[in-house]
Write a protein that binds this ligand. Structure first.
Ligand code: NAD
Length: 253
């Protein structure tokens, strides 16, 4: 299921952060297929971003380091400037660190700050910067929509490291808090994936075996599986404050 942006022949614009690889690239492609004009973004990989934009019907690429406030401001300004509007913001960009949960000394203050800045502060700041444009979407077209990509690690006591899991738990709570503050003009939801096959997880053989043997769906997710969940939330006019756990049912076992 892909969100229908063209049902009324009205242009809708979506910004997907971290969209030159993995889950973000699948989300950007799904939204483009559904008729959205797409703003692609990444921290580096500018050549890939421009090549992807050239393949899509209506798309541009913007490079920005989301750890830097000035880059966040420029990203939102450039995203809105291209078509004069913004309807959808997908906060997909994120970083992880693998640290055993019982290795407390390796989870340094620097690691906590780095993950918090990119996984929590940056999404909040981008939403704040995009708020006026997303409210305008509600006025002239349809409620603005924010989807944050968190993780099952933010819901259960699991994940690559404690600082990573806590950053995603914070993102989930932020999602609910902002759903209350920004409705009805802007809906705010999250998708919390379990294991997804991306370059990031290519070597995570233990996790892959766990999903194959224990998860009711008997496999990890593809990036397209997660893109479908994102598209469903964008298209569901009545859903807000939801954290959609997309882990093939592993949490039930
Ligand atoms: P990925 O490494 O392919 O994508 C991450 C993206 O984030 C990249 O495009 C990168 O440019 C961007 N990014 C990272 N730091 C940035 C910064 N400082 N400034 C700008 N952009 C930055 O990984 P992925 O697996 O596709 O992950 C996408 C999202 O999904 C992340 O938020 C991740 O935490 C989440 N997630 C992934 C999995 C998984 O199994 N792969 C599971 C749960 C959640």
């Amino acid at each position: 299921m892909e969100p229908n942006s063209t049902i009324d022949n009205v242009l809708r614009v979506a910004l997907v952060t971290g969209s030159t690889s993995g889950i973000g690239a699948a989300i950007a492609r799904a939204l483009s297929r559904a008729g959205y004009a797409v703003v692609l973004h990444s921290r580096s990989s500018a050549d890939t971003g421009r090549a992807m934009a050239a393949e899509m019907k209506q798309a541009v690429y913007v490079q920005a380091d989301l750890a830097l406030e000035a880059d966040r401001v420029r990203l939102i300004n450039e995203a809105i400037a291209e078509w004069g509007q913004l309807d959808v913001l997908v906060n997909n960009a994120g970083i992880s660190k693998v640290i055993a949960h019982d290795d407390l000394t390796s989870a340094t203050s620097a690691v906590w700050r780095e993950l918090n800045e990119v996984n929590v502060v940056a999404p909040f700041h981008l939403i704040a910067l995009a708020e006026p444009a997303l409210r305008e979407a509600a006025r002239y077209r349809r409620a603005g929509s924010v989807v944050n990509i968190s993780s099952h690690a933010g819901v259960r006591p699991k994940g690559a490291s404690i600082p990573y899991a806590v950053s995603k738990a914070a993102l989930n709570h932020m999602t609910r808090l902002l759903a209350v503050s920004l409705g009805p003009d802007i809906r705010v939801n999250a998708v919390a994936p379990g294991l997804v096959d991306t370059p990031l997880t290519a070597e995570w053989t233990d996790a892959q075996a766990l999903w194959r043997t224990r998860a009711p769906m008997r496999r990890s997710a593809s990036p397209d599986d997660i893109a479908k969940a994102v598209a469903m939330l964008i298209d569901s006019d009545y859903l807000t404050g939801e954290i959609l756990l997309s882990d093939g049912g592993l949490n039930l076992t």
